[in-house]
Design a protein around this ligand. Structure first.
Ligand SMILES: C[S@@+](CC[C@H](N)C(=O)[O-])C[C@H]1O[C@@H](n2cnc3c(N)ncnc32)[C@H](O)[C@@H]1O
Length: 166
């Protein structure tokens, strides 16, 4: 069961403010916190997205666009969109990531894309931040073409091991 504090943390205004603050250091923090494992996870996400040549992929909740960049690395002919609702995260991404990524302001609960228009939708560490996971997944499903792939990368808290916070 979620506590009031957890619900409050997911309020869009709070999520945006938090990522706005950490945007300049986000990529570095990610590498440190995952011991650089995220690079391997991102390769696997894009591999599972099975993007065809010249396919259209959406990196949703893209932040600074690491999944978008990996998509272009694996399929250089792809049309890659990176969407997020925190402008400073995308500003950092636009400065550091390939210029062919198309950046777009969007809310993961209400996507500004036509139905059945994308070959793949991927997200990294997005779903833990949205207030309505089902709504976001249903939007992602709506914009996928028939046979398209939806791949979500996230981590959960281990049930019992010394990694679990007390
Ligand atoms: C933990 S970061 C992940 C960034 C990137 N996907 C990655 O793999 O490193 C979560 C991102 O999701 C975005 N986000 C959270 N809720 C969102 C929503 N409802 N719509 C769009 N973006 C959202 C945040 O602004 C933030 O950039």
């Amino acid at each position: 069961m979620k506590t009031d504090k957890q619900e409050q943390q997911k309020h869009p205004q709070n999520v945006r403010a938090m990522f706005g603050r950490i945007a300049p250091n986000y990529d570095r923090m990610n590498r440190i916190m995952t011991l650089a494992q995220d690079l391997r996870w991102r390769r696997e996400v894009i591999r599972r997205a099975a993007l065809p040549e010249r396919g259209r992929l959406l990196d949703l909740g893209a932040g600074t666009g690491d999944l978008a960049m990996e998509a272009l690395r694996q399929v250089p002919t792809a049309q890659v969109l990176a969407a997020d609702f925190t402008l400073p995260m995308m500003t950092v991404g636009r400065k550091n990531k390939p210029a062919t990524i198309r950046w777009c302001a969007a809310d993961a609960l209400n996507l500004p894309f036509a139905s059945q228009s994308l070959d793949a939708v991927v997200s990294g560490f997005l779903l833990r931040n949205v207030v309505d996971v089902e709504r976001s997944l249903s939007e992602q499903y709506r914009v996928l073409k028939m046979g398209g792939r939806l791949v979500c990368l996230d981590t959960t808290q281990p049930c019992q091991t010394f990694f679990r916070q007390r």
